[in-house]
Design a protein around this ligand. Structure first.
Ligand SMILES: Cc1ncc(COP(=O)(O)O)c(C=O)c1O
Length: 355
């Protein structure tokens, strides 16, 4: 069996400790157990196979993507297995770790200026220009329909097969491929299930879902999720509700997922679980007689350095403010968090790094 056949079919794990006191079962789909360590392996494989099927890739072709992280890793696995060349375009603000990881996997890394989206030096624009000039294949995760399609045909069915009475599905959105694809499947297979977006405080998407206009712009450091522009691959009309989660609450939950559940996941998984626990609490108070319909969230991890507090004693965030007994709201919103101020002092980006 090849490594690429191991993409997908990830386990669903019930949160036994963190959600111990919730009568509503909370499950997480362990996307961090994909070969490249993230949910993005699915789209890397799907996008390349779709391009091959359409005759767009000749032997030895060059793939190019504007990515700083997980999609690049997934594409690097595909490129190695199929003898393609891979160029990853990333802005200079991204960490040396990420450059090293991509280079170690055989990708060539092009560094661009930290420029806004409408600037020709912006990394997405540079990737598009290099693809056009050189005849390289732009994998284009923010626009490629193969991205949501693979989640519609694999991630979604894997979840409903295991949890046919699913009540809610929670995920963040970077490209939106995961939440859009799973939501499309749920609309057919589990039409009673509600789809909930876990969105970083400072991203505009939660405001669009809840009020029809972008939420307030603010700095956040969560990787891979949140946006201030709706990508082609994100269909907000399929999302019933959004919950905003602060960096501090998401990282603190990621710490708990590592330490209490043994799930080596990052901030985006933490954000999904914060939102899932909020929903579980709400469901058991509004429908106390039928609390058995489960909630599922997506767990994945960024390429480097997260979870924030793993390996330290006493996270600088709000770890200690969580109730150890389970479903209590983290008391972090609106508080100053050392992690965030440290990130600001270090000049970290205002926006979440690209998926
Ligand atoms: C760690 C992590 N979580 C979640 C996401 C969001 O997934 P999607 O792009 O399918 O919305 C990404 C995207 O790269 C990611 O890297």
């Amino acid at each position: 069996m090849s490594l690429l056949e191991e993409v997908g079919h990830t386990p669903l794990i019930r949160l036994e400790r963190i959600a111990r006191d919730c009568r509503v079962p909370v499950w997480v789909k362990c996307e961090h157990l994909n070969p490249g360590g993230s949910v993005k392996d699915r789209i890397a494989k799907a996008i390349v196979e779709d391009a091959e099927a359409r005759g767009l890739l000749t032997p030895g072709a060059t793939l190019i993507e504007a990515t700083a992280g997980n999609t690049g890793i997934g594409l690097a696995l595909m490129a190695a297995a199929r003898d393609y060349r891979l160029v990853c375009v990333m802005p200079e603000k991204m960490s040396q770790d990420k450059r090293r990881a991509l280079r170690a996997l055989g990708a060539e890394v092009v560094i661009t200026a930290n420029a806004p989206p409408d600037d020709p030096r912006n990394f997405q624009q540079v990737a598009r220009r290099l693809a056009a000039e050189n005849g390289w294949f732009l994998t284009d995760q923010f626009n490629n329909p193969a991205n949501p399609a693979i989640h519609e045909h694999t991630t979604g069915p894997e979840i409903t097969e295991a949890l046919p009475n699913l009540a809610r599905f929670v995920a963040g959105a970077g490209t939106g491929g995961t939440i859009t694809g799973v939501a499309r499947h749920l609309r057919r297979a589990a039409p009673h299930a509600r789809v909930v977006l876990a969105d970083p405080v400072g991203s505009g998407l939660a405001g669009l879902v809840m009020e029809g206009r972008m939420g307030p712009d603010a700095a956040y450091t969560l990787e891979g999720i949140g946006a201030r522009k709706v990508p082609e691959t994100l269909d907000l009309s399929l999302i019933h509700e959004a919950i905003s989660v602060s960096d501090a609450a998401a990282y603190a939950m990621a710490d708990r997922l590592v330490r209490e559940e043994g799930l080596l996941v990052g901030g985006s998984a933490g954000a999904a679980v914060v939102a899932a626990l909020e929903l579980a609490r709400r469901d058991q108070s509004t429908a106390p007689s039928s609390p058995s319909s489960p909630i599922a969230g997506i767990a994945t991890r960024p390429r480097t350095s997260i979870p924030s507090g793993a390996g330290r004693t006493g996270s600088s965030c709000s770890w200690s403010r969580y109730s150890r007994s389970g479903c209590r709201r983290p008391a972090t919103r609106g508080r100053t968090c050392r992690l965030r101020s440290r990130a600001r002092r270090a000049g970290s980006p205002r926006r979440s790094p690209a998926p």
